[in-house]
Design a protein around this ligand. Structure first.
Ligand code: 3H9
Length: 715
C-alpha cells in the first residue's frame, strides 16, 4: 500500500469503491471471488468515471482490482439471460472517452472483459505474476467489448489472433514485450506501483491516449495483418474443425483494419451475439462450471484430507510409470515397487523414457528431468513403503494378484496410510477385503498416459472413510487432475459408458455400417477418433480379455457381436500388431481401411443371417449418442455418478467427447429429453433389451424436467 493520504470520495456502488489519493481517484473493483463484470460492477465503473470527470479535484483515475485478481472477465453466469445495461462495450467506450487520464494497474488475472477494460484505459501497468489473456474462445465466444478492435491496433493482428484463438494467458513480462501493457511494476504492490505510475504520467503531462487511435495499424502494418488473418483462417480450418467462434474471431479482427473503429465495434457485437446464442457457447460454459463443480464432492466438505508427503507406486508398467511421473511432476517423491531387479530397472527406464520424450519435445529442460528423477527411488521390497503416506497399486488386472499386493501393503504400511488401486473394473470392496483396514482403501483410476490425461476417477467403495476420499481429491488437486467421484461398479462411470458405446457401434456394424463409416461419423460429430480407431490404439486384446471375462455372466438376452473376436483370433490387435480394424504401415499411427476386414464383417453378417442395410452418418451418431445417454442416465440413477455433470466431465476429459457439446447429458438436454426418449422407444422395438429407456429419462420427461435439474447448478 502506498503512503499517500486516502479518503473515500463518495458512497459508491457496493462492488466498486472510489477513494481519493490526492488528485487521483482510485476505482477499486471488489466483487469476489474473481471480480467478474456483473451488472453492478459495470454500473459502478460508469458511475466512477462520470464522478471523476465531474470532480475538479480529480486529475486522473486508477482502476485496480481487490483480492487475487484484477478482473476475470464478463460474468459468465449472466450469459443466456436478458442483457442488462450498461453493456460492457459501453463501459469500455466510456472509460476510453474520459477526458482525464485513466490507468489500469493489473495483478492476478486480467482476462476477457477484464483485459478489455484495461485496453480501454489510456495506460496499463502490470505487476509480476499477472496473467493477461482473451480466453473467450474457450467459452465459444469472442472478445466482445472492443477486444477484437483494440488489441490488433495495439499489438498487431498476428499477436492478437494468437491470444484470441489460443485463449492462452500471457505473463506480465510477455505482455510488456508484446506492447499489451506499458509498464512492468518493480514490486508486487499493485496499488503503490499504479499510483506512482499515474503520478509519473501526470508529471510528464502524458496525453490522454485512446487505444482506438493506437498505431499498429499503420499502412505498413496492414499487409502483415492481412497475411496474419489469411494464415489464421487456413490453420483454424483444420485445427479448430467444427468450432464456431474461431472463424468469427478472425472475421472481427479483420474488421479492425478494413472498417472504421465504430463500425468494427458494431460488427464485433453482431458476431459476439451470434456466438452467445450458439449451442457451442452453451456447451462450453456448461463444461466450465461443471469442471469446477466436480471437485466439490460431499466428502471434501465433510472431512479433512490426510497429509500426503510421500507416495508409493506398485508396478512399473506403462500405467505405473505414468502415475509415477504425474506424482513426480507435482514435486512429490515416489518410491516404486517391482517384483525383481529386472522389472524395477524396466520400470525406472519407463519413467526415464517419459521424461526423455518431454525433453525431446521441448516441454521440459534437462535439469527439470534430473530434478524429478532425484525424487524417484525404487525397491523390490514392500518394506520400502513403510513410511509412505499414500500408495497407488498399478499391477496386472487380476483379482488374485491385486489381493496379494494389498495384503502385503496391509502388512508393511503405517497406520493411516491411504491404499489406492488403479483398477479399471475390478471390485474394490473385494480388494479392500484383503486388508485389515478397508476404510483406508480407495480407487484412483488414472487414464493413459497418466502424466498427460487430466481425468482421475475417484472410486469410492462401500467401506472407505470420508477423510480418505477427501485425501484423494486433494491429491488430484496437487497433481492438477480433474477429479470425478464415481461409485463402485463394473467400469465405474467412463468404461461402463464406453462399453455401451462400443456395443451400439458393433450392432450398427453387423447391421450394415462399415467400421470406417462409423468412425468417420463420430469424428464429424467431434470425437478426435472413431470407436474402432480407439480399439486399434488401445489394443484389441484388452477388450477381448474383458469380453471373455464377462462371458459367463452375460445376460442371455443381450445380443453379442463376434466381429472383433474374429479379428483378435487372427492376432490383429490394432496398431501394435500392424493390423486391427485398419491396416498400418510399420510405425504408422494412422491406418488404412482393410478390404479383408470388410470381408470378415460381411461373413459374420451371413453367419448370423443379417442382410446389410445402410445407415446415414446422422443415424449412426443418433444411435451411439442414445446408447451413451441412456446408460449415463442409469449411472446417475444408481448413484454411480453424483450428478449428470460428473458424467459430462468424465467423457470430456477421459474419452474425447467434444467439449463444445458440453458432455452427453448436456447434449441430451439440448436435443430435448422427449426427443431422446422417443428415439429410444423407437429403437427398443428393434431390441427391447439393449434399448430399454432408462427409468430416469422416463421420469424426467413425465415431470417436464431435464438432466440439468439434477445438477444443482445454474449452468
Ligand atoms: C468475457 O469476458 C466476454 C467479453 O469479452 C465480452 C462481454 C460482452 N464469471 O477458476 P476458479 C468463478 S467471457 C463468473 O476456481 P482460480 C468460478 O466459477 C469471460 N464466475 O479460481 C468459481 O466459482 P465457485 C472471459 C467466474 O483461482 C470461482 O469464480 N474470462 C468467472 O483457479 C473461482 O474460480 C474467462 O474465461 C467469471 N468470469 O482461477 C476467465 N471466473 O467458487 C474465467 C471464475 O462457485 N476464469 N468464476 O466454483 C478463469 O479462468 C479462472 O476462474 C481464474 C481464477 C484464472 C480467473
Amino acid at each position: 500500500m502506498t503512503a499517500s493520504t486516502a479518503s473515500p470520495a463518495s458512497p459508491a456502488s457496493p462492488v466498486v469503491s472510489r477513494t481519493l489519493h490526492g488528485n487521483v481517484l482510485v476505482v477499486g473493483i471488489d466483487h469476489p471471488p474473481v471480480n467478474a463484470l456483473s451488472v453492478d460492477v459495470r454500473r459502478g465503473l460508469v458511475e466512477a468515471i462520470e464522478a471523476a470527470q465531474a470532480d475538479p479535484a480529480v486529475t486522473a483515475v486508477l482502476i485496480v482490482g481487490a483480492g487475487r485478481n484484477f478482473i476475470a472477465g464478463a460474468d459468465i453466469r449472466e450469459f443466456g439471460k436478458p442483457p442488462l445495461a450498461p453493456l460492457l462495450p459501453t463501459v469500455c467506450n466510456r472509460i476510453e472517452a474520459c477526458p482525464k487520464l485513466v490507468v489500469a494497474a493489473i495483478h492476478g488475472a486480467a482476462l476477457g472483459g477484464g483485459l478489455e477494460i484495461a485496453l480501454a484505459a489510456h495506460y496499463r501497468l502490470a505487476v509480476r505474476g499477472a496473467k493477461l489473456g482473451l480466453p473467450e474462445v474457450q467459452l465459444g465466444l469472442l472478445p466482445g467489448a472492443g477486444g477484437t478492435q483494440r488489441t490488433p491496433r495495439l499489438i498487431g493482428a498476428a499477436a492478437a489472433l494468437d491470444l484470441m484463438l489460443s485463449g492462452r494467458h500471457a505473463r506480465a513480462e510477455e505482455a510488456l514485450q508484446l506492447g499489451l501493457i506499458d509498464r512492468l511494476g518493480a514490486t508486487d504492490d499493485v496499488l503503490g506501483e499504479g499510483l506512482a505510475y499515474v503520478r509519473e504520467l501526470l508529471a510528464a503531462h502524458a496525453a490522454v491516449r485512446p487505444t482506438r487511435a493506437a498505431s499498429a495499424l499503420s499502412d505498413a502494418g496492414v499487409d502483415a495483418m492481412r497475411a496474419a488473418v489469411e494464415a489464421a483462417r487456413k490453420e483454424t480450418a483444420t485445427r479448430a474443425r467444427g468450432l464456431f467462434s474461431p472463424m468469427k474471431i478472425i472475421d472481427a479482427v479483420e474488421a479492425a483494419f478494413t472498417l472504421p473503429f465504430d463500425e468494427g465495434l458494431a460488427l464485433e457485437r453482431r458476431l459476439f451475439v451470434e456466438c452467445l446464442e450458439s449451442p457451442q457457447r452453451a456447451g462450453l460454459v456448461h463444461a466450465f462450471f461443471a469442471e469446477r463443480e466436480v471437485a466439490k464432492a460431499p466428502e471434501t466438505k465433510a472431512a479433512t484430507p490426510r497429509a500426503v508427503a510421500t507416495i508409493g507406486v506398485v508396478g512399473g508398467g506403462t500405467m505405473g510409470a505414468g502415475i509415477a511421473v504425474a506424482v513426480l511432476d507435482a514435486g512429490l517423491p515416489v518410491t516404486m515397487i517391482e517384483r525383481d531387479d529386472e522389472a524395477l530397472a524396466r520400470g525406472r527406464a519407463h519413467v526415464e523414457r517419459v521424461y526423455d520424450g518431454l525433453v525431446a519435445k521441448g516441454r521440459i529442460k534437462t535439469d527439470a528431468k534430473a530434478a524429478a528423477l532425484a525424487r524417484f527411488t525404487g525397491s523390490t521390497s514392500y518394506e520400502a513403503l513403510a513410511q509412505a503416506d499414500l500408495v497407488i497399486e498399478a499391477v496386472f488386472e487380476d483379482m488374485a494378484v491385486k489381493k496379494a499386493v494389498f495384503s502385503e501393503l496391509d502388512r508393511v504400511c503405517k497406520r493411516g496410510a491411504v491404499l489406492a488401486t488403479n483398477t479399471s473394473y475390478l471390485d474394490i470392496d473385494e480388494i479392500a477385503g484383503a486388508t485389515s483396514r478397508p476404510a483406508d482403501v480407495i480407487g484412483l483410476h488414472f487414464f493413459s498416459p497418466a502424466n498427460i490425461m487430466k481425468l482421475l476417477e475417484i472410486v469410492v467403495p462401500a467401506r472407505v472413510s470420508a477423510d480418505v476420499v477427501a485425501t484423494a481429491f486433494e491429491l488430484a488437486r496437487q497433481l492438477r487432475k480433474v477429479p470425478v467421484r464415481a461409485g463402485a461398479c463394473d467400469g465405474f462411470i467412463g468404461n461402463r459408458l464406453l462399453a455401451v458405446y462400443r456395443t451400439a457401434a458393433d450392432y450398427l456394424m453387423e447391421d450394415g455400417a462399415s467400421p470406417y463409416q462409423i468412425d468417420r461419423a463420430m469424428r464429424e460429430f467431434g470425437y478426435p477418433m472413431g470407436p474402432y480407431q480407439v480399439v486399434d490404439l488401445a489394443g484389441g486384446d484388452i477388450g477381448w480379455a474383458a469380453r471373455k471375462r464377462r462371458a459367463p455372466t452375460r445376460d442371455p438376452r443381450m445380443r453379442y457381436v463376434e466381429i472383433a473376436d474374429r479379428l483378435c483370433e487372427r492376432g490383429w490387435f490394432g496398431q501394435k500388431t500392424g493390423r486391427g480394424f485398419y491396416r498400418y504401415e510399420p510405425g504408422a499411427r494412422t491406418g488404412a481401411p482393410d478390404l479383408e476386414v470388410e470381408a470378415i464383417v460381411e461373413a459374420e453378417r451371413l453367419r448370423v443371417g443379417i442382410s446389410a442395410r445402410s445407415f446415414t452418418d446422422d443415424e449412426i451418431v443418433r444411435r451411439l449418442m442414445c446408447a451413451i445417454i441412456n446408460e449415463a442416465a442409469n449411472v446417475v440413477r444408481e448413484g454411480i455418478a453424483l450428478r449428470p455433470l460428473d458424467v459430462d466431465i468424465t467423457l470430456i476429459y477421459g474419452y474425447g467427447f467434444p467439449r463444445y457439446r458440453g458432455g452427453p447429458m448436456k447434449y441430451a438436454d439440448m436435443l430435448g429429453l422427449p426427443t431422446v426418449l422417443a428415439e429410444l422407444e423407437r429403437l427398443s422395438q428393434e431390441d427391447a433389451f439393449f434399448w430399454r429407456p432408462s427409468p430416469l429419462i422416463v421420469k424426467l420427461v413425465e415431470r417436464g424436467a431435464d438432466f440439468s435439474s439434477l445438477n444443482g447448478t445454474a449452468s
